[in-house]
Design a protein around this ligand. Structure first.
Ligand code: 3PG
Length: 388
């Protein structure tokens, strides 16, 4: 267990916060604000404690400034945020030096300096010199061994913010101490990226439901014809091994019983719902069908837990989104404790206006995948342990 922002004196201190400002920005306009809203809890708490805040973060898109994020965050916080156009140099040092308790300064995208991703020690020391305390609250990046994740914590007392604490606790509890039955629903396109999570989850869960293009490789491994559907031939042996493991471990592993197929994904044509045994040689599986969705009724229990990672069809195309919508509906309707792994699944439930209907929606894509694969996160490991 790691120390949190509540375990350390922050009142009147200069607090360096690695926060979560990596949000969609198009033509200078911030899109989805879910991450900023999640980041606000720690920042508001620190302001209530009369801390002086120095916010650091990154943006994934090369060259993308964080400047458009500052007014949006200020609006969410109801508090002014001063933006500084570099995280190094005189302007940053001057802004930090004159910062008073109750004030917030936001520094420019850390990745404008290659030292961030190179985990450069001198860069980390400079960042650390800005604060007296370090708060890590960007869960989404905790799987990266970057300077602001793993090296800054070497030079300051470093604790978790509320979002990091909540993410790690919720996902870890669901895996280690779940209300059973524990069900995993795994989707997404590439089995190769999901193998670790599927293998690990299989050991933890009572039942595993696989959909999305990833299911095609499992179907092919069973000798089911899948026409021209996406498949990863290199992964057939791994898929066979997982199917065999499921049998050895006595776990139910459910694959699609039916599919929505087309002969053209880009310009969808000849869309049909067919039994999985009736996928034609020219068909491409684009979604799961209603019988597949209905299988969830046989495994979901109101007193149980479900972890969902990955859409079960090409959910960004409305004609192929009914399987994913059906899965969402079944999970919500089951009354089970529901945890949504980040990335595409979080985007889907958020865009569908369903996020609040799940018990927990992770903000992290890669980071939640890592945790759900049984790995620790370097950005979390770097923080101070809680004393018993
Ligand atoms: C994310 O969006 O998953 C995190 O912010 C990490 O971003 P990255 O993939 O660019 O490291």
């Amino acid at each position: 267990m790691k120390q949190s922002v509540r375990d350390i004196e922050v009142s009147g201190q200069k607090v360096l916060v690695r926060t979560m400002l990596n949000v969609p920005i198009k033509n200078g306009v911030v899109g989805d604000k879910m991450r900023l809203e999640a980041a606000a809890a720690t920042l508001k708490y620190l302001l209530e404690q009369n801390a002086a805040l120095i916010l650091i973060s990154h943006h994934s898109h090369e060259g993308q400034s964080l400047a458009p994020v500052a007014p949006v965050l200020a609006n969410i916080l109801g508090h002014p945020v001063t933006f500084v156009a570099d995280c190094l140099g005189e302007a940053a040092s001057a802004a930090v030096a004159s910062l008073q308790p109750g004030q917030v300064v936001m520094l420019e995208n850390l990745r404008f300096h290659p030292e961030e991703e190179a985990n450069d020690d001198a860069f980390a020391r400079t960042l650390a010199s800005y604060g007296q305390v370090f708060v890590q609250d960007d869960f989404t990046t905790c799987h990266r061994e970057h300077a602001s994740m793993v090296s800054v914590p070497k030079y300051l007392p470093a604790v978790a913010g509320f979002q990091v604490q909540k993410e790690v606790q919720t996902i870890t509890d669901a895996l280690e101490n779940p209300k059973r039955p524990l069900i995993a629903v795994a989707g997404g396109a590439k089995i190769s990226t999901k193998i670790p999570i599927v293998s690990f989850l299989l050991r933890k869960v009572d039942a595993l439901f696989i959909g999305g293009a990833m299911a095609n490789t499992f179907l092919a491994a069973q000798g089911v014809p899948i026409g021209k559907s996406l498949v990863e031939p290199d992964m057939l042996e791994q898929a066979k091994a997982i199917l065999a493991d499921a049998v050895t471990q006595g776990k139910s592993l459910l694959l699609p019983l039916d599919a929505i197929v087309t002969t053209n994904i880009e310009a969808p044509a000849d869309i049909r719902t067919v039994a999985i045994s009736a996928v034609g040689p020219d068909d491409i599986i684009a979604d799961i069908g209603p019988l597949s969705v209905a299988q969830l009724d046989t495994i979901l229990e109101p007193e149980g837990t479900v972890i969902w990672n990955g859409p079960v069809g090409i959910a960004e195309q409305t004609v192929f989104a009914s399987g994913t919508a059906g899965v969402a509906e079944k999970i919500i309707g089951s009354g089970a404790t529901s945890i949504i792994g980040g990335g595409d699944t979080a985007d889907y439930v958020d865009n569908a206006g369903l996020a609040s209907k799940f018990s927990f929606v992770s903000t992290g894509g890669g980071a939640s995948l890592e945790l759900m694969s049984g790995h620790t996160l370097p950005g979390v490991e770097a923080l101070l342990d809680k004393q018993n």
